[in-house]
Design a protein around this ligand. Structure first.
Ligand code: C2E
Ligand code: MG
Ligand code: MG
Ligand code: MG
Length: 289
């Protein structure tokens, strides 16, 4: 038994829960050494045009190739990496790796203009050195700035002081694209949004999930569909691109196209995979020309 924050309330000690917490802490304690040992890998997921299916961008998604536990997804360590601050170092490694890979694709397939989209944690975006880090990653790898997109959540955009981040304007001035990730699930301040140097909104998965076509008949949550409709109109009124996340079925892809969504990402268009899968896809599409 453990006493919960005064007021005479008691919480039941849950052995399973604490075992999980211990496992999580052990995992996160190993992060810095794992980074030094090179145990992280970046996978990439296609972001395709809903008009013609062409792959226009890829999102960089980090995984941990753990020597005993196998491939671990970011859901299990990103949150803790943010809390401990190690995300700043891990995120910088992902950024550099993603720029390196994107530059290699650009050299191998000069006809393409594949954008690489990298997630920026709030902690990283808030870090004073972020602009220099991004500028240095571009210079060292040779990747043109307009082929890099940075994804920030609504709360990251607002910064820790509750003010829109000044560094966003400096990042935009470098020529990189900025996207709001999981748009519609966070704290959206539309008055700020219209003043921010943003290029793209990524519509959060739950809205797309409301458009279902996995059974024998199509069931549509009309409220979700109307929200998507409204958000796409809002984005286009602000001259922003819209990417729908978590597109899993052809019905969703078709509905999103009808709603004038620009691009889509999700299992329907391709799961995240190693860089080699992106190369194979570029080769198949005859992108070498
Ligand atoms: P996110 O940025 O919103 O990334 C999209 C997530 O949706 C990815 O999960 C992706 O694998 C997953 N996804 C792909 N296709 C589908 C689909 O068809 N349906 C559904 N329901 N989901 C799909 P993942 O790779 O596990 O990443 C989870 C989150 O971890 C990311 O969400 C992002 O917030 C964070 N993350 C990943 N890599 C990094 C990184 O390098 N830095 C930071 N700061 N965060 C990262
Ligand atoms: Mg995952
Ligand atoms: Mg993202
Ligand atoms: Mg997202």
């Amino acid at each position: 038994w453990a006493k919960a924050e005064g007021r005479g309330r008691w919480a039941v000690f849950d052995p399973e829960r604490s075992a999980r917490d211990i496992a999580r802490s052990a995992l996160v304690a190993g992060l810095p050494a794992a980074l030094d040992r090179g145990e992280f890998v970046v996978h990439y997921q296609p972001i395709v045009s809903l008009l013609d299916g062409q792959m226009l961008a890829v999102e960089a998604l980090v995984r941990w190739q753990h020597p005993e536990l196998g491939l671990i997804g970011p859901a299990r360590f990103i949150g803790l990496a943010e809390e401990t601050g190690i995300i700043v170092r891990l995120g910088e490694w992902v950024l550099r790796q993603a720029c390196r890979d994107a530059e290699a694709w650009r050299r191998e397939f000069p006809g393409t203009r594949l954008v690489v989209s990298v997630n920026l944690a709030a902690r990283q975006a808030d870090d004073a050195g972020i602009v220099d880090t991004v500028a240095d990653a571009l210079v060292t790898t040779g990747l043109p700035a307009d082929l890099l997109q940075l994804e920030l959540t609504e709360s990251a955009v607002m910064g820790s002081a509750g003010e829109p981040l000044r560094s966003l304007h400096r990042l935009a001035a470098l020529g990189v694209r900025l996207a709001i990730d999981d748009f519609g699930t966070g704290y959206s301040n539309l008055a700020y949004l219209r003043r921010l140097p943003i290029h793209c909104l990524k519509l959060a998965g739950p809205f797309v999930e409301g458009i279902r076509g996995d059974g024998p008949e199509v069931t549509v949550d009309h409220r979700d569909e109307r929200i998507v409709d409204a958000l796409v109109r809002l984005a286009h009124a602000l001259e922003l691109w819209v990417t729908a996340e978590a597109v899993e079925t052809p019905v969703q892809a078709e509905r999103l196209r009808a709603l004038r969504c620009d691009t889509g990402q999700g299992r329907f268009f391709g799961a995240p995979g190693p860089a080699g899968e992106i190369v194979a896809r570029l080769r198949d599409s005859g992108a070498a020309a």
